[in-house]
Design a protein around this ligand. Sequence first.
Ligand code: ADP
Ligand code: MG
Length: 349
Amino acid sequence: SIPKQAGIIRKLSERTINRIAAGEVVERPASAIKELVENAIDAEATQIDIVMRDGGKELIQITDNGRGMSPEELILAVERHATSKLSDENLVEIHSLGFRGEALASIGAVARLSIKSKARDSKSSAWQIVVEGGQRVEPEPAALTEGTVIEVRDLFYAVPARLKFLKTARTEYGQAADIIKRLAMAHPTIAFTLGDGNRTTFRATPVGALGGDVRLERLGTILGRQFQENAFEVDAEREGLKLKGFAGLPTYSRGNGMQQYLFVNGRPVKDKLLTGAVRGAYRDYLARDRHPVLALFLDVPTDFVDVNVHPAKSEVRFREPGLVRGLIVSSLRHGLQAMGHRASTTVAG
Ligand code: ADP
Ligand code: MG
């Protein structure tokens, strides 16, 4: 017979719903950092400073000089499905990085979240809001002259089961640094720092002042001058799809694919279709266990891509995958052939 409780369908409380959803949006410190840095980028910050203590388990702090939030906005910002970036009617046209309105609510559900913010162009002072384990405290006036400072303490303290899955501070730091590098590549004019509060471990200074290629300059800062000297430019277009970036010569290959940075409409993605296309393009130039270093930026019309597949938003779905693959393979092959030709003529000459 059916157990008695089985017939009882209850609606879960908002708090429980938030904790479940939080697990999807925020898997580890790196995913929290990704969401918070993307928010700062969406807020038009030009300087973003990140601090991680104990691999982000003890503290994640993000300071930006973006447009900030009023106290009313602060209250909405930590509510689930509250966003300033998406209208109910327009799920197709997504231009900002965030859009689900889930990140802050999720982080607030599983950690101790504090947000200090000063709305730009407003006479009112800065305010602070605190959410701990889904419990919000009334906003209070705070001291801050511009932008937003977000602090996340004791990530997952409210969901101990999750805590157990976190790796060593070193591993968590590495994952976060990787995401920050990707975001810094996609946004070359924004300055970034990452550190532990005492020491800066990664710095991407503002670029563009010298009037060179802003993107290449930033890639050089992150991937090293060596890459800059051993890469060819990719700049191709086909049926409204644009592919730009820089790709390493076969002689500058690596033992793993960790240094392949792929972006779709400005978002860092990890996508099998794209990495498969890269492998295909280099197949005749590299041994099976060698991988190129590259950073490719694919820009497609918003209705050509669905970025909605995964809450963490690192996977995408294309309307015509074949077209994307073709563009990547042919433009990389074209570049590789041109470089090979140049190399051989140099030798001959
Ligand atoms: P989403 O980014 O999907 O809208 P979030 O939960 O990440 O959802 O943020 C909710 C809202 O809070 C954003 O839409 C934005 O209006 C505001 N917000 C978050 N972070 C910042 C920030 N650093 N500066 C200014 N506004 C912010
Ligand atoms: Mg967001």
